[in-house]
Design a protein around this ligand. Structure first.
Ligand code: SAM
Length: 199
């Protein structure tokens, strides 16, 4: 558990990884004033930190206490906190913006988890889902590697190798109203799901 937390901390300091998540957070195009943000499965805290830097009153939840430890040590922003928590134990209407990065891919029941995440969004809020695409595979990543450059660019190759183009099941998004944004040369999609447009 401790190794996993240290590893994620290392990864999230790769320049392309941070830039990609900054790009994903930017897809939430609205004023952060008096708005809350909850990042679920926050890991070492990358998305939560970016949301807090953008002015949101932010909390990151993770089931792994070591992740919460590292995320808390990394970040001293007044509007940012981290808490050890299993997302299954969270009640509805947690925040105006709820995000989950590289979380759906970790479960076999993606449809059910998406429903859970959606339930955590307050009415009129948004759910931000960040997941890799079928392009996150080694053959594609090698081509991008020389273009992206920056600190710890090799992490992209590692990520692509581990993912091998495996993605979340696209059909789980069908019943929601959302916009899809392409990030990192289409190796990542940020999906913004709108709660107010749900029928
Ligand atoms: C692949 S990591 C992604 C971390 C981070 N979101 C990122 O993009 O760098 C998935 C994270 O989800 C957390 N997680 C898995 N199951 C969880 C659960 N039931 N409740 C809360 N967090 C969970 C793991 O501990 C891990 O930190």
């Amino acid at each position: 558990m401790k190794f996993q937390a240290k590893f994620f901390n290392y990864i999230q300091n790769a320049a392309f990884y941070e830039a990609a998540h900054i790009g994903a957070v930017k897809t939430i195009k609205e004023k952060s004033e008096n708005k809350t943000w909850a990042d679920i499965g926050c890991g070492a805290g990358i998305v939560a930190k970016i949301a807090a830097l953008n002015g949101y009153d932010t909390i990151g939840y993770d089931i792994n206490p070591e992740m919460v430890n590292i995320a808390s040590k990394n970040n001293f922003l007044y509007n940012l906190k981290f808490k050890e928590c299993n997302y299954n134990l969270l009640g509805i209407d947690q925040a105006d913006i709820v995000s989950a990065a590289s979380l759906l891919i970790t479960t076999t029941n993606q449809k059910e988890l998406l429903e859970k995440l959606y339930s955590l969004v307050k009415p009129n809020g948004k759910l931000l889902i960040i997941e890799t695409t079928k392009n996150m595979k080694l053959s594609f990543a090698i081509k991008q590697f020389f273009k992206i450059g920056g600190k710890r660019a090799f992490i992209l190759l590692l990520w692509a190798f581990v993912r091998g183009g495996k993605t979340v099941d696209e059909s789980i998004f069908d019943r929601y109203v959302y916009k899809k944004y392409s990030i990192l040369n289409s190796m990542i999609y940020a999906r913004v799901i709108y709660k107010q447009w749900m029928y």
